[in-house]
Design a protein around this ligand. Sequence first.
Ligand SMILES: Nc1ncnc2c1ncn2[C@@H]1O[C@H](COP(=O)(O)OP(=O)(O)OP(=O)(O)O)[C@@H](O)[C@H]1O
Ligand SMILES: [Mg+2]
Length: 201
Amino acid sequence: MIKVSKLKKYYGKKLILDIPNFIFEKGKIYSVVGKNGAGKSTFIKILSGIVSLDEGKLEIDKENIILSPQEPMFFKGDVWYNLTEPFKLCKKKISTNKLEELLNRFEIDSLKKSSVNSLSGGEKAKVQFIRTILYDKNCIFLDEPTASIDKKSSFIVEEILLELKKIGKLIIIITHDQDQARRISDEILEVDEAKLLKRGT
Ligand SMILES: Nc1ncnc2c1ncn2[C@@H]1O[C@H](COP(=O)(O)OP(=O)(O)OP(=O)(O)O)[C@@H](O)[C@H]1O
Ligand SMILES: [Mg+2]
């Protein structure tokens, strides 16, 4: 569970977020929509602990979060290195079978030995998504994970998120795809004029 109370965030004098209270529950998918610059990424970064809040309180298990940022970041190296090295660094054992299965599912298994720099935007987004899932955290935050991914692969992302929800993960996904939000969400939220508003289920 994540509990947000009396959260306020300013950039300079501009109030970006003003959220009196909100509770996110495990085993649910929340979609966050809203126009460019509304404050969606700021919100998810605050939840992830990489951007500070100016007022208010956040109750969250900091050890059990993974954020997939809007701009993916990679090590210099090939796809396989990027999907194994981060886990070696944090001494987490991952299943190679699961990794192979995910690469197959997204039809990028032939790219294992390709440098990430040479990948297309959508291929990079797939690698980024696979890496996020492999962390196996209880709270999964995704900032526009399917923005550059084709329809078929977006559906695979959605399928995987629904599987993760079933095993109790709390998922927050920022998206501009209203249909996607309707397909997968338990709740759709909109960041609008600094507020986090419920827009449907
Ligand atoms: N570090 C920063 N310093 C100052 N202003 C910032 C900073 N980061 C973001 N902003 C501003 O805060 C506002 C919210 O940014 P944010 O990235 O949260 O928007 P967003 O809803 O994710 O938009 P998009 O849909 O374009 O990704 C924007 O006007 C942005 O220019
Ligand atoms: Mg954003």
